[in-house]
Design a binder for this molecule. Sequence first.
Ligand SMILES: *[C@@H]1O[C@H](CO)[C@@H](O)[C@H](O)[C@H]1NC(C)=O
Length: 215
Amino acid sequence: MARGLGSIAVLALAFTVALAADHSPLQDFCVADLNGQVMVNGFACKNPNMVQANDFYYSGLHMMGNTSNALGSSVTPVFVFHLPGLNTLGISLARLDFAPWGVIPPHTHPRATEILTVLEGQIQVGFVTSNPENRHISKTLNKGDVFVFPVNLVHYQRNIGNTYAVAVVALSSQNPGVIPIASAVFGSNPDISTDILAKAFQVSDDVISDMQLKF
Ligand SMILES: *[C@@H]1O[C@H](CO)[C@@H](O)[C@H](O)[C@H]1NC(C)=O
């Protein structure tokens, strides 16, 4: 009996590991019913007979995002919330705009690998591998260049030119999620105790308080 349960646990673990990306569809499509009341992983399906071309359509990525902010960058997402036909398909898209020297600060996507194409400008990108190496892999990209950020790893992008830069990213989830490191650590609600962060970052409580005020 105990042995049987052990085998099931091992199977369950293998199954979980195999499902690192979004689940595979079990039908042609499952257009998200964004107003549905059913709580499932993702969204429940609209009645397939009621599905229209517009459920698989999004318009607007020709428009530049507003980069008038502290970071000098803007992300225009096309996730399942914006394009309901993406539900269960394990894929999505975003447009990235950068003012000169604008930054998309270090962040991770809990559910997606990201592949980036530079459309305009010159962009420096990088990601950091997990412990213990924490190797920083970075590169300068030009128009037409493509770079991949493996799932879950901390990564960033920065415009290293005096002109605007534009990139398009594809992500291996209908809802990749984003965890910006600075706001997750210093801007959580409620705060993580200052003394915990002071020990973690090996600085005084005052430095941490300043950071918490910023976020
Ligand atoms: C861009 O964002 C800034 C800051 O939020 C705002 O003041 C400005 O009106 C926005 N510009 C446009 C064109 O929407």
